[in-house]
Design a protein around this ligand. Structure first.
Ligand code: SIN
Length: 533
């Protein structure tokens, strides 16, 4: 018998766990060893926090064509239509599979699924578990992972760099170096196949719905290994994160709340989206986020309002219990109080370039979920398409696992393996992270212009210098690794934005034309207000 295929999955969110489970259940499942590495506990993942749900055609009145068209419309025509089509058609199978695995989705007494409506959708098609769909799917997948003996979960391990063997067309991924956080030591982990499922990049911005672990580490590893990326200019800002006056991770108010009837209001009480888009409050996210940004700029404030009254208190509490609870913790009474909301970095539409089976340009390396760019999202992502995409591509990727063979021969040792971290972060690193977030928010956010993008690159270059100085002296720390990854992703986002000549989807250039939609050439007022919190 051949030795088992040795697979390292980096990231224990829905993409990583789905792949591990599918691989374990595949034709080669009895002869694999899967190590699932994660730097943060599973309940601290973006997947776990996902509120909305899984977009899928589950109603006879809906159609695959409709779902595909909505995805392409929101994506600004920058999607790969074939990939979109494939993913959309797998939606019902995926939902039924999750139900068979034990996932509970909201349904009426006859068992008919309750489908919610979100932005950009022409039909209600979001399958959900209250407003905690991610937590429900994670619960089911986690249970399955625990029951499969070929999957080992290594929590508290931070992947640092890919190990690449060979040159030119002989290059292949042979494993990675990783930091064991408990001991502060670096290890070289050899593998026949590495699967990056490290999630998003929201932490490079001042306000994000993403957890603290979303520093873009998988993407940064790919950049350093010379693996191609795509669509990196397209960072989606969710229009309605809860405004609390602080920076960092912001609590999300699901778009399904607007789908249920909630309205965005300006400071003078006027409906914010009236006359701006045919879909009103449920226009594509980039349109709504920009409208909010403009209103914040006009009024000199840091948020707009979300009016829950059209939903009603009882329905709101029943359908959105987690949001209702969070409002209570903040002293807000939905319906009686308007909720203060603002746009926050939410989802990277691009990532490590892959095909529709998660394969990257580097043999032996797959990428799945938010860190991957399969082309399905284009220039803006249709609401609740991300969990769908992550799980469908994970299934498709695992289905071709039998084509991978255990590799033989020694690998070259990784220089990292001989180092330990000092355990201390340094004030210069904290400062560089703060400056980076500030520059990305002001210049590479909802509204951009070329001068601002160039200015952001200067801040990024400074942060790179901070990294380089400590790197050469091997002053290694968690903070340094995070800053190193954050500068890498900030640079590729900003350079990709500079290379996009026209506004499309989430990429809006204020200096492209003096458009009636946004005449101010700089977001100066907002820049000043968000100054270095
Ligand atoms: C939401 O519930 O509004 C977020 C869902 C998503 O990002 O697709």
């Amino acid at each position: 018998m051949k030795r088992p295929l040795n697979v390292l999955v980096v990231g224990s969110g829905i993409a990583g766990m789905s792949y591990a489970i599918e691989l374990a259940g595949s034709a080669i499942g009895r002869n694999v060893r899967i190590r699932l590495l994660s730097k943060a506990p599973v309940h601290a993942s973006s997947s776990y926090a996902a509120q909305g749900g899984v977009a899928a055609v589950m109603d006879a009145r809906d159609s695959f064509d409709g779902h595909v068209e909505d995805t392409l419309m929101v994506g600004g025509g920058r999607n790969e239509p074939k990939v979109v089509d494939r993913i959309v058609r797998e939606g019902p199978h995926l939902v039924n599979k999750l139900i068979a695995m034990g996932a509970s989705f909201d349904a009426d007494v006859s068992g008919r699924l309750h489908l919610s409506l979100e932005g950009g959708h022409s039909a209600a098609r979001v399958v959900h578990h209250e407003d905690r769909t991610g937590a429900e799917i994670v619960r089911v997948l986690r249970g399955r992972v625990r029951a499969l003996p070929m999957i080992e979960v290594w929590e508290g391990w931070q992947a640092l760099d890919l190990l690449v063997q060979g040159e030119h067309d002989q290059r292949r991924c042979a494993g990675l170096s990783a930091l064991e956080q408990r001991t502060g030591t670096m290890h070289t982990l050899q593998a026949d196949l590495v699967v990056l499922a490290t999630g998003g990049v929201g932490q490079v911005y001042q306000h994000t719905t993403n957890p603290t672990a979303s520093t873009g580490d998988g993407i940064a590893m790919a950049v350093r290994a010379g693996v191609p990326l795509r669509d990196m200019a397209f960072v989606q800002f969710h229009p309605t994160a809860m405004y609390t006056g602080t920076s960092g991770q912001a609590f999300l108010i699901s778009e399904a709340v607007r789908g249920a009837g909630a309205r965005l209001l300006c400071h003078d009480g006027k409906p914010l989206m009236d006359g701006l888009h045919a879909m009103g409050d449920l226009a594509p996210r980039n349109v709504v986020a920009r409208a909010i940004h403009r209103e914040m700029e006009r009024s000199g404030t840091e948020h707009v309002w979300l009016d829950i009254a059209p939903v009603g208190a009882a329905r709101f509490a029943r359908e959105f219990p987690a949001i209702d609870r969070r409002c209570g913790e903040l002293g807000l009474r939905p319906v009686r109080d308007l909720l203060p909301v603002m746009p926050a970095a939410h989802y990277l539409c691009g990532g490590i370039a892959t095909d529709d089976r998660g394969r990257t340009d580097l043999p032996g390396l797959l990428a799945l979920g938010e860190c991957a760019g399969s082309g399905s999202h284009g220039a803006d992502r249709l609401a609740s398409n991300s969990l769908l995409e992550a799980m469908v591509i994970a299934m498709r990727a695992a289905a071709i696992a039998p084509t991978y063979a255990p590799s033989d021969g020694p690998i070259t040792a990784n220089a990292f393996a001989e180092f330990s971290i000092t355990g201390r972060t340094h004030a210069s690193i904290d400062r560089a992270i703060r400056d980076l977030r500030h520059a990305m928010t002001c210049h590479v956010g909802v509204v951009r212009d070329r001068d601002g993008l160039a200015c952001a690159l200067r801040t990024i270059a400074h942060a790179e210098l901070v990294v380089a100085r400590r790197w050469v002296r091997r002053r290694l720390s968690d903070g340094l690794f995070n800053l190193r990854d954050m500068t890498a992703v900030a640079r590729v986002i900003t350079e990709a934005a500079l290379a996009e000549p026209r506004s499309v989807g989430t990429h809006f250039l204020a200096d492209e034309v003096a458009s009636p939609e946004h005449r101010s050439s700089r977001s100066t007022k907002i820049q000043a207000r968000f100054a270095r919190r």
